[in-house]
Design a protein around this ligand. Structure first.
Ligand code: MSP
Length: 514
């Protein structure tokens, strides 16, 4: 059915997490980054659809379930509950959560397999070679390093078996051309070079089947029930199965605007298999693969064996979701790696949040209660200090929004928090506590204007950091007497929004940790 002119959603997906592990900092970051982008787009008035989910099939899950003495689906139910809980405590505003064991997904994977098989894009052949059970992957001599199989492949065995192959190689020239001619397909751009480098070697066709005697926890091939399909062929399809591929509402979502993924799963799954699968079934490619870097722990990759895995729940339970979200977005330059350290977290919490932001709010509330009977006064005079504050407000709004548009969240937040510090400086310069002692009418006018401007500046900062700290922002706005609808309006305007609004009772937004 043709697209009927409904409004297309800004459609963003995350990678779907492996069900065999436990949620860690890497999973948390990807979800927070995605959530910040979606909330930013929603504030700009876009209708959004935000998908995340769980990758449930494969050898490792089958093995973990066996070890636990339960069936794989029961095992995945428990894991799904953990990952969904992570989304909840991080305040992730996803619209859907897909699990690859769900019938809606299985149905679409099978229909695509059948379609490609019927059109001769999938064929059967004998495979003779090396296989890594740990990576569920066939290997070639070229995968060896210094004549040995790298550690990540675990035990490698030689096997001979009949399997089904997808004609990946036929599309190699098309893919190279596509990546070269679509500047925004891979972000950041330097990652596209890695893909092009990978594509300099001839591609092999992709083995998309696994015999059931080796792996039974997977999606059965519709044209040969002795096999299940390869996990990546299954998992990637979640991006279209979740939004009704094959139904008439699919066009409201596809093509996706962003697939947010980590750098480890760009080549080859997202930059080679997925584009070719989509092209072969006649679908447009997603507009952009947003490839983020890795969180390291003391300079090393987090791993169970090194015992350096950071559990996001520990920090969120202690400090709340928003400070944790702020830290992740403030410290990571999207696309690069970043090192996690608790000391760094604590220093951001204390200096940016508790000192700069928390103090601004509490001193403002104190003074409005003390000098203006709890109501935000009107700003009636404007001198150089006020003019300069307003100029900074305008500059902060436009540059922070532009930086957010360009995924430069760390720089955008830096701008917003520099502005918060400027508001504190403005308060020092005007010193309302001194003005309050004077009986001069001009002084009381300046006093009122100072408090009004501080409140308006704080409102503006809170609106700007809403995508990153949605609850803190809502709390500040409500303490300033702003209504929720005002969150979404007057973004760049420094006005008199809050005149005469009652201010809330004093609270400590960021308590000092013990
Ligand atoms: N199941 C696959 C993805 C299939 S998508 C169709 C997978 N799962 S994963 O659980 O291993 O990783 C999920 C996401 O978390 C990936 O994008 C991965 O890059 C990201 N991260 C895992 N560890 C990470 C860090 N230490 N830091 C940042 N993100 C990393 O891959």
């Amino acid at each position: 059915m043709p697209y009927q002119g409904r409004m297309k959603n800004f459609y963003l997906t995350t990678a779907i997490d492996y069900a065999n592990g436990s949620p860690h900092l890497g999973h948390a970051y990807e979800k927070v980054l995605s959530d910040v982008i979606v909330r930013h787009m929603r504030m700009k008035g876009r209708k959004c659809h935000f998908l995340t989910g769980l990758d449930e099939h494969g050898q490792k899950v089958q093995q973990s379930a066996k070890t636990a003495g339960i069936n794989p689906l029961d095992f995945c139910d428990t894991q799904a509950a953990k990952f969904e809980e992570l989304c909840k405590i991080l305040d992730i505003s996803n619209d859907d959560y897909i699990r690859t064991s769900q019938p809606r997904h299985v149905k679409v994977v099978q229909s695509i397999l059948q379609d490609l098989f019927d059109r001769g894009e999938i064929y059967k052949a004998e495979y003779k070679g090396f296989y890594s059970a740990r990576q569920e992957q066939f290997l070639q001599e070229k995968d060896k390093i210094d004549g040995k199989w790298p550690e990540i492949f675990g035990e490698v065995t030689q096997i001979t078996e009949s399997n089904y192959f997808f004609k990946l190689s036929a599309y190699q020239p098309w893919l190279i051309d596509y990546i070269r001619s679509h500047e925004y397909f891979i972000f950041p751009r330097f990652r596209a070079k890695q893909v092009i480098e990978f594509l300099k070697e001839p591609l092999n066709d992709l083995c998309i089947s696994r015999p059931k005697e080796r792996l039974s926890w997977g999606i059965e091939l519709p044209f040969d029930t002795d096999y299940v399909t390869y996990v990546w062929f299954d998992a990637l399809v979640n991006y279209i199965s979740a939004v009704g591929y094959g139904t008439d509402t699919f066009a409201d979502y596809w093509p996706a605007d962003f697939h947010v993924i980590g750098k480890d799963i760009l080549v080859p799954p997202h930059s080679v298999y997925w584009p070719i699968m989509l092209h072969a079934i006649g679908l447009e490619l997603p507009k952009s693969l947003l490839v983020h870097g890795w969180w390291l722990s003391s300079g090393e990759k987090m791993s169970k064996s090194l015992g350096n895995i950071v559990n996001p729940l520990d920090l969120v339970n202690k400090f709340g979701a928003d400070p944790f979200r702020y830290f992740l977005m403030r410290e990571m330059n999207v696309g690069q790696d970043s090192d996690f350290s608790f000391d760094l977290f604590l220093s951001r919490y204390n200096s940016d949040l508790a000192n700069d932001l928390g103090n601004l709010l509490s001193r403002l509330m104190n003074m409005v209660h003390r000098y203006c009977s709890g109501k935000i006064p009107a700003a009636t005079c404007e001198e150089d200090f006020e003019k300069s504050l307003k100029d900074q407000a305008a500059e902060t709004s436009s540059s922070a929004l532009e930086l957010f548009d360009g995924m430069q969240f760390h720089l955008g937040l830096d701008k917003i928090f520099s502005f918060v510090r400027s508001v504190n400086r403005y308060a020092e310069q005007r010193a309302p506590w001194k003005l309050a002692k004077s009986s001069d009418t001009k002084d009381s006018e300046i006093l009122n204007s100072t408090l009004a401007n501080m409140a308006e500046a704080l409102r503006l900062a809170a609106v700007l950091f809403t995508p990153v700290m949605p609850s803190v922002s809502e709390r500040i706005l409500s303490l300033l007497g702003a209504e929720k609808a005002e969150l979404y309006s007057g973004l760049t305007e420094f006005g008199s929004t809050l005149e005469n609004r009652p201010i809330g009772e004093k609270v400590i937004l960021f308590p000092r940790p013990e």
